[in-house]
Design a protein around this ligand. Structure first.
Ligand SMILES: NC(=O)C1=CN([C@@H]2O[C@H](COP(=O)(O)OP(=O)(O)OC[C@H]3O[C@@H](n4cnc5c(N)ncnc54)[C@H](O)[C@@H]3O)[C@@H](O)[C@H]2O)C=CC1
Ligand SMILES: O=C(CO)COP(=O)(O)O
Length: 350
C-alpha cells in the first residue's frame, strides 16, 4: 500500500466497522472492539456477525481489543487518523481515552473525527464541545464526519456521499484521503455546528415520521413532517451558530430524507413501532443497536426552550415517548396549532 496515512477506528458497531472496512481497502487500518471475544471473532471470521452479518470484511483490516495496539498502529505513521465509531453516550469516555493514549504513546500529529449523531443527554452539549474539553492542550486536530449513510449499504460497497466538517483543512484532507474512492464521495465543510445539529435532529424527525407512518397518516403527512422538521432543525442550528445553508446539504436535508423514509433506519423503526401501538420499553428491549433520537429528543427540547426556539415536532415526539401522550393525540395537537406564515420567525420577538 503506497500511503503514509494510517487509520484507527475506535468502536466496532455497525458504522465503525463499515468505515474501517472502507478505509482498509486503501490504507493500513486497525479496528478496535471493546470485548476481546468480539475482536477475536471479527478477526477470524472476517465478518462482524453482531452488527453487519453477511458482509465480508477486507483481509487487510487489522482487529484488536487492546487500546494500546491502536495507538501503536498510528505511531510512526507519516500522518494518522482516528475515527470514533461510538454513540454520543460513549463520546466523552472515548475522547478521554484518546487524549490519554496520545500522551502515553507520544503521538503529536493526530487527527480525530467522530461520527456520532446526537447531543449529550444530560447537558445538551454538541459532540465538538465534549471533544474540545477532553482534547484541550493535546494538539489533536478534531472534526465530525456525517451525512446520509446506512452502514450496511456502505459496507456492501454501494455509493454514498459524506461530509467532513472541521476548522482544520489538514483533517478534512486526511478524512477525504482515507475514505474517498470509487463508492464514497467526501465533501468538506467548516460548519461543525451545522453538521452536528443536522445529524442529531434528523433522528428525532425520523422518529416523528415513523410514528406518522405507523399510524397510517399517508405520504402527504410524511412530506409535511420532513419539511417542517427541516425548518425546526434549521431554526435551532442557526440559533446555535450554524450556517442556514448547511441544512439543505447532505448532513441536513440529505440525512433527514434517508432516515425519515429509509427502512434500514433504527430511529424510523422506533417511530413505526410506537405508531403501531408498541411501548417504548418493548421496542428498545428488542433492539441491539442504538437509536440516538430517543435519548436526544428531550435534550433537544430543553436546549430549544433555553434558546426560546419553538420546536413543535420535537415537543410532540417527547410527549409521545416520555409523557404518555398517545400518537393520535400528539398529531391532533400539532394540527390544532394556530395558522402562521410558512417562513415566519419562530422565536418570540424575532
Ligand atoms: N449505523 C449507521 O448506519 C450510522 C450510524 N451513525 C452514528 O454512529 C454512531 C454509532 O452508531 P452505530 O455504529 O450504528 O451503533 P451500534 O449500536 O451499531 O454500535 C455502537 C458501538 O459503540 C459501542 N458503545 C455503545 N455504547 C457505548 C458507550 N456508552 N461507550 C462506548 N462504546 C459504546 C457498542 O459496543 C458498539 O460497538 C451513532 O451516533 C449513530 O447515530 C452515523 C452514520 C451511520
Ligand atoms: O445516521 C444514519 C444514516 O445516515 C443511520 O440512521 P439510524 O441511526 O436511524 O439507523
Amino acid at each position: 500500500m503506497a500511503t503514509d496515512l494510517q487509520v484507527a477506528v475506535l468502536g466496532a458497531g455497525s458504522w465503525g466497522t463499515a468505515l474501517a472496512a472502507a478505509s482498509a481497502r486503501n490504507h493500513p487500518t486497525m479496528l478496535w472492539a471493546r470485548r476481546p471475544e468480539q475482536a477475536r471473532r471479527i478477526a477470524q471470521a472476517r465478518e462482524n456477525a453482531s452488527y453487519l452479518p453477511g458482509v465480508a470484511l477486507p483481509e487487510a483490516l487489522l482487529v484488536t481489543s487492546g487500546l494500546d495496539d491502536l495507538f501503536e498502529h498510528l505511531r510512526g505513521a507519516g500522518r494518522s487518523l482516528m475515527i470514533l465509531g461510538v454513540p454520543v453516550a460513549g463520546m466523552e469516555q472515548a475522547c478521554r481515552e484518546v487524549a490519554e493514549g496520545v500522551q502515553r504513546h507520544g503521538l503529536d500529529d493526530l487527527a480525530v473525527v467522530w461520527t456520532c449523531k446526537g447531543l449529550d443527554a444530560a447537558t445538551g452539549r454538541l459532540p465538538h464541545a465534549i471533544a474540545q474539553e477532553a482534547f484541550a492542550g493535546t494538539g489533536i486536530m478534531a472534526g465530525v464526519l456525517s451525512g446520509p449513510s446506512f452502514a450496511r449499504e456502505v459496507a456492501q460497497g454501494l455509493p454514498v456521499a459524506l461530509t467532513v466538517a472541521s476548522a482544520s483543512a489538514e483533517l478534512r484532507g486526511r478524512v477525504t484521503e482515507a475514505l474517498h474512492g470509487a463508492a464514497i464521495r467526501v465533501y468538506g465543510s467548516e460548519d461543525v455546528i451545522g453538521v452536528e445539529v443536522g445529524g442529531a435532529l434528523k433522528n428525532v424527525m425520523a422518529i416523528a415520521c415513523g410514528i406518522g407512518d405507523g399510524l397510517g397518516m399517508g405520504a402527504n403527512a410524511r412530506a409535511a413532517l420532513v419539511t417542517r422538521g427541516l425548518a425546526e432543525m434549521t431554526r435551532l442550528g442557526v440559533a446555535l451558530g450554524a450556517q442556514a445553508d448547511t441544512f439543505s446539504g447532505l448532513t441536513g436535508l440529505g440525512d433527514l430524507i434517508l432516515t425519515a423514509t429509509g427502512d434500514l433506519s433504527r430511529n424510523r423503526h422506533v417511530g413505526l413501532e410506537i405508531g403501531r401501538g408498541k411501548s417504548l420499553d418493548d421496542i428498545l428491549g428488542d433492539m441491539t443497536q442504538v437509536a440516538e433520537g430517543v435519548r436526544c429528543a428531550p435534550a433537544v427540547r430543553d436546549l430549544a426552550r433555553r434558546h426560546g426556539i419553538e420546536m413543535p415536532i420535537t415537543e410532540a415526539v417527547c410527549a409521545v415517548l416520555f409523557e404518555g401522550v398517545s400518537p393520535a393525540e400528539a398529531v391532533s395537537r400539532l394540527m390544532a396549532r394556530n395558522p402562521k406564515e410558512e417562513t415566519a420567525p419562530s422565536r418570540p420577538g424575532a
